[in-house]
Design a protein around this ligand. Structure first.
Ligand SMILES: Nc1ncnc2c1ncn2[C@@H]1O[C@H](COP(=O)(O)OP(=O)(O)O)[C@@H](O)[C@H]1O
Ligand SMILES: N[C@@H](CCC(=O)OP(=O)(O)O)C(=O)O
Length: 408
């Protein structure tokens, strides 16, 4: 698929993707909200809110995804640094989140704007009903003129149900609210071809796809001590968003005004795909399977070819504990994961019906194919692949999605 590429150089230095945007998700990292000695920096919060409020007053809707709960909770709890353990991080987030939103509430009030707190876990947008609810609530808040402030629900986000980082959360929220643009604000003014502290490191102004990233070195978080994912999670977030049709600007928080005005600051990741089906993006990028369902060779074949629903007759083994609607992994006869899907039946029911009932196990609309199946799918003629809407994921992607540390 060839997508029209928009280039700022042909538009008087302004980025058309940004100028066109009527709904923007802005994500700000902890390192851009805290002082050098830790704790929330009111001046930096106010400076960001100045820019966002002006954009909102100009008629563009803003959803703010803000990190900073853990950082804001450190000083009040007498902690000198970010706790290493999950419980410690959750305690800090629990204290800090209230302070963070209180600070935003006061800051936006200077412009007569209201804010609304939205705390999400991956589970909240993984199920179709919750996904729709989250969409409805967020768009309602926007239509009433308020600014939703989103963060991960850190105190309940165990490793099973967490997004993992707010960069990825912001990419999924962009898709959820059907944003026209995602702006990632950090302490660094864009993506560099290597460690930005290295003399001679060059900033990339435009990224058109994975090929532009082949020789880029992606490092971890900066020296602030409060950032988490570093450039890896931002580039991953950009890949998720652009693949779903949302362009991404990555720049420093101090350049937020330029970025939102469409001026050429930071790095623009051009969109590489079109908006795809709502909950499938979550299945691809954030779901944690609750069980496994092993299939016969025939069932795998039918799956890859997109031949309708998957019946229980094609199931040989079931493991785990899941209820209808939970994400499960579908395995081939050798135990390779061939797909992820949302189970139509609960574990107990499927265990009884496997091998002998035509009842649907996973609906075709609730399914994404993973590398093993993708290899088989890739062998299908392109025309057939399009006809059955087979979604092929690169192997690298599945591996990176499953790599997660213990912290928030
Ligand atoms: N190739 C790169 N280009 C830009 N920054 C990089 C790169 N590799 C690593 N980094 C580091 O990533 C940091 C930003 O990530 P992080 O500290 O997690 O910020 P945030 O709190 O905004 O999420 C930068 O300060 C920079 O030191
Ligand atoms: N949810 C956590 C932030 C997690 C995170 O991704 O932080 P950051 O790398 O600063 O964007 C918090 O509010 O502290």
């Amino acid at each position: 698929m060839t997508l029209p590429v928009t280039n700022a150089a042909e538009n008087g230095g302004l980025r058309p993707d940004v100028l066109r945007a009527r709904r923007i998700v802005v994500k700000v990292g902890s390192s851009s909200l805290t002082t050098a000695v830790g704790g929330l920096d009111s001046d930096r919060v106010d400076a960001l809110v100045d820019v966002l409020s002006r954009t909102r007053s100009g008629g563009t809707e803003i959803v703010l995804v803000s990190s900073g709960a853990i950082a804001a909770g450190l000083a009040p709890l007498g902690l000198a640094e970010r706790p290493a353990d999950l419980a410690g991080q959750q305690a800090a987030a629990c204290v800090g989140q209230g302070l963070l939103v209180a600070r935003y509430t006061a800051s936006f009030a200077r412009y007569g704007l209201r804010v609304g707190q939205v705390l999400l876990t991956a589970d909240d947008i993984g199920r179709r009903a919750q996904y729709r609810n989250a969409y409805r609530a967020l768009t309602k808040v926007l239509s009433m003129g308020a600014v939703p402030i989103v963060n991960e629900n850190d105190t309940v986000a165990t490793s099973e149900i967490r997004f993992g980082d707010n960069d990825r959360l912001a990419a999924l929220v962009s898709h959820l609210v059907r944003a026209d643009l995602l702006v990632l604000l950090s302490d660094i003014d864009g993506l560099y071809d290597g460690d930005p502290r290295r003399p001679g490191a060059q900033r990339l102004t435009d990224v058109y796809g994975q090929q532009d990233l082949a020789s880029v070195e992606l490092g971890g978080a900066g020296t602030s001590g409060v950032g988490t994912g570093g450039m890896k999670t931002k580039v991953e977030a950009a890949r998720i968003a652009t693949g779903a049709g949302v362009p991404v600007v990555l720049t420093a928080a101090r350049h937020a005004a330029d970025a939102l005005a469409g001026r050429e600051t930071g790095t623009l990741f051009h969109r590489t795909g079109d908006r795809n089906s709502d909950h499938l993006l979550w299945l691809e990028h954030a779901s944690s399977p609750r069980g496994t369902v092993q299939l016969t060779a025939d069932a795998v074949h039918a799956l890859v070819q997109g031949r309708g629903a998957l019946p229980a007759t094609g199931v040989t083994r079931v493991a785990g504990q899941f209820v209808a609607g939970d994400p499960v992994e579908l395995l081939d006869e050798e135990g390779h994961v061939v797909a992820r899907g949302l189970a139509s039946l609960a574990f107990q029911e499927l265990s009884l019906l496997r091998g002998r009932s035509g009842r649907e196990v996973v609906h075709q609309d609730d399914l994404v194919l993973l590398p093993a199946a993708a290899r088989a799918a890739a062998a299908l003629p392109a025309q057939l692949r399009r006809a059955v809407n087979v979604r092929v994921l690169p192997a690298r992607e599945f591996a990176s999605r499953d790599a997660g540390g213990p912290g928030i």
